[in-house]
Design a protein around this ligand. Structure first.
Ligand SMILES: [Zn+2]
Length: 619
């Protein structure tokens, strides 16, 4: 009787009743998953990304309905999620499942190119694929046991049918522009479809991006949040890894200063040398781990919950770059160095792709004391020893000029010193200050090599004052000065451009030939300045003030703040002239290409018969 019954069953139905192997997700992956793309192709190996084991096996906890993975790119998180999805198809068959993959070009193609090959390479899933090609398409994959997978993507909430789903898997939710800021996005809809089931499983995974990062929000909302702690292979100390224990060599010893643990060096050098190390936090250890030691420490480590929660419904994991075997310590160090220069894009990259954090623009006003800590012991007007050159920066007002004479060093770290600053009323006075002889403590003479003057008119669409004609004529007659015009652009846009002044502003009256106007990207240079102000005065590339620098100067340096889009704003009624002047200073350094200068080579060239002239004077 029972035999004849068995004959009536379709293979798909039998499949449902077949005893499944008793495996957790990580064991299932080790046995059945083949990785077809990326750095670790072949059989899935739990020892490569050991931190994924617990994340995947969290799927097996019956009370967990939501798993959130906020992790950096290259952490293997997407593959971990795919393992959970494959497991769901095999072990939780018979219902609708939604899969949202990152939108690379066309989502339909993603299903075809990525998802279906993964199914075919996973034997227990492949066995369930239908023999009918109509069942395995880019928009709907129907398995023999009644499981149906719908691939979806953010831009098309309509693609999400009204079927309730027991499994929802969304990859790279923050990379999907279509999800950002929309209340009725595909992710929300997918989650709604899952609520009708008693025990749905939702998996969200992404590297954080954007001010309204969905993955950060989802992580913050989790009942249980876990961080990874590693174990030193030398002393056994369990520890969270932190950036202040990351170290790399520099040239500080040569300068006779106390070597810094994190000197300002060229990020490319750190990356090439693979010279970054991690100092173990163990009390009597202090061993400096290389990348292989770090990998061992990760393998010995484990996840630690921030607070113990009994049977949490939602669990969140943070995977930062420290624990990823595919990200070297030196790559992390290089990202820190790049972010230090103040470029917003680099700061966002450090937060999103290394710290696994969303980037929050520093909107809190800097305190004046923070600026005044940059004072050294020179009196106003004294040039520091052994500088590369002096330049003058001028901010044009309706009835006056703010100016600063600034000393620069050449090279990548770009150290600067305030020498003399103030407010004067006429162009003649500017020339006097420009032409003054400046001295260092040994009596060496220095002269300004270039003056940069704001062309007047402000950066806004309607000029609040316009002295542009006067500035152009002044620069034409005094070619040691060049006019600058600030433009509010995205930090990633071109840093500056030069264009000839052909006409008197706003007219078709020709301007005498030969004057160049420099239009500078103030967002970029203000970001750079902001980074410089954070550099400690004894570190290379510092921003120095003389000892008599006034509180008002510091106040002006604190006037502006960054809006959520990264643009700098000056609150109404706050003076920001010296902030502008220092913005011009870093634009000037770029225009003069100080980064690429090398006085040793230039001095040698000057001695050579061709007589190439040095930029600097006084040495
Ligand atoms: Zn140790």
């Amino acid at each position: 009787m029972s035999d004849s019954l068995a004959y009536e069953w379709y293979p798909g139905e039998l499949e449902i009743w077949t005893q499944k192997e008793d495996l957790k997700v990580s064991q299932f992956a080790a046995k059945h998953r083949k990785v077809t793309l990326g750095a670790h192709q072949g059989d899935w190996d739990n020892s490569i990304t050991p931190y994924l084991v617990k994340i995947m096996d969290t799927y097996n906890l019956p009370w967990v309905q939501e798993i959130v993975i906020c992790g950096v790119p290259q952490s293997g998180k997407s593959n971990g999620c795919i393992n959970m999805h494959l497991y769901a198809v095999v072990y939780r068959g018979g219902n609708v499942k939604y899969v949202m993959l990152p939108k690379e070009n066309l989502a339909k193609k993603i299903a075809k190119d990525r998802l279906i090959p993964i199914y075919r390479m996973c034997e227990p899933v492949a066995k369930k694929l239908s023999a009918n090609p109509d069942d395995t398409t880019a928009s709907r994959i129907a398995f023999r046991d009644g499981t149906v997978v719908y691939p979806v993507w953010g831009s098309s909430p309509s693609e999400i049918s009204s079927f309730p789903a027991d499994d929802v898997f969304a990859d790279e939710v923050d990379k999907n522009d279509d999800l950002a800021g929309k209340e009725t996005n595909a992710l929300n809809l997918m989650e709604k479809r899952a609520t009708t089931f008693r025990r749905p499983k939702k998996i969200k995974c992404s590297s954080p991006a954007g001010a309204g990062s969905l993955i950060s929000k989802a992580f913050d909302a989790c009942m249980e949040q876990l961080d990874y702690q590693v174990v030193c292979p030398f002393c056994g100390t369990k520890q969270s890894m932190s950036e202040d224990r990351l170290t790399w060599p520099g040239q500080m010893d040569l300068m006779g200063k106390v070597p810094s643990l994190q000197p300002n060096v060229d990020p490319k050098q750190v990356l090439n040398d693979k010279s970054a190390r991690y100092i173990c936090a163990g009390e009597n250890c202090g061993v400096m781990w290389n990348d292989m030691d770090r990998d061992r420490a990760v393998r010995l480590g484990d996840w630690v919950p921030r607070t113990i929660v009994e049977r949490p419904v939602s669990v969140g994991f943070i995977i930062d770059a420290f624990i990823c075997p595919d990200i070297s310590l030196s790559e992390y160090a290089a990202a820190i160095l790049k972010a230090r220069t103040g470029d917003l894009a680099d700061q966002i990259e450090l937060d999103n792709s290394y710290r696994a954090k969303k980037h929050e623009a520093a909107r809190t006003a800097r305190k004046e004391d923070f600026i005044l800590r940059l004072k050294d012991d020179r009196p106003r007007g004294l040039v520091p020893k052994n500088i590369y050159c002096l330049a003058m920066l001028v901010d044009t007002q309706q009835n006056s000029f703010y100016y600063e004479v600034k000393a620069f060093n050449e090279g990548i770290s770009l150290e600067t010193w305030q020498v003399r600053e103030g407010e004067v009323s006429s162009f003649a006075e500017l020339l006097t200050i420009y032409n003054d002889t400046y001295k260092d403590i040994d009596g060496n003479h220095y002269h300004c090599v270039k003056g940069f003057i704001d062309s007047g008119g402000g950066t806004g669409p309607t000029p609040n004052h316009s002295r542009t004609v006067e500035v152009y004529e002044f620069c034409y007659l005094n070619p040691q000065f060049v006019p600058l015009k600030g433009q509010r652009k995205k930090a990633t846009d071109r840093h500056f451009k030069e264009s000839p002044v052909d006409y008197y502003p706003g007219t078709n009256k020709p301007f005498p030939q030969g004057l160049l106007l420099y239009t500078i990207n103030v967002t970029y240079f203000k970001d750079q300045l902001n980074g410089k102000l954070r550099t400690n005065p004894d570190d290379p590339g510092a921003f120095h003030l003389h000892s008599e620098c006034a509180d008002d100067y510091a106040r002006q340096m604190c006037a502006e703040y960054q809006d959520p889009n990264g643009y700098w704003e000056c609150p109404r009624g706050k003076a920001n002239h010296y902030w502008d002047i220092n913005t011009y200073a870093f634009a000037a350094a770029e225009i003069l290409q100080l980064k690429f200068r090398d006085r040793v080579r230039e001095q040698a060239a000057a001695r050579a018969p061709s007589g190439a002239r040095m930029l600097s004077s006084g040495m």
